[in-house]
Ligand binder design. Sequence first.
Ligand SMILES: [Zn+2]
Length: 96
Amino acid sequence: MARRNRPSRPEDDYEELDAGRILGGFRRTESKRGGSWTVQPISEANALKEYTCPGCNNIVLLGVAHVAVWRNDGLMGESADLEDRRHWHAHCWKIA
Ligand SMILES: [Zn+2]
């Protein structure tokens, strides 16, 4: 029987799943407009601020489920891309 050098850490898996639940959905990657984008669904319970949707220039209202989107392949690295994320109405992102 093979020996495992590294102990398994089930608590890490748990945290990851839990974060996904809290944020209201699972992050996914989409190709659009010649780029690769990370799309994070934001649930109604987590829509705690208002944003201007880049798709229609209208407000993404408080308590409205929507998506946060940022580049997946930006030149400045992931943290810069994340800071640059935009909040879209789910419908507007779909047709963008
Ligand atoms: Zn919109």
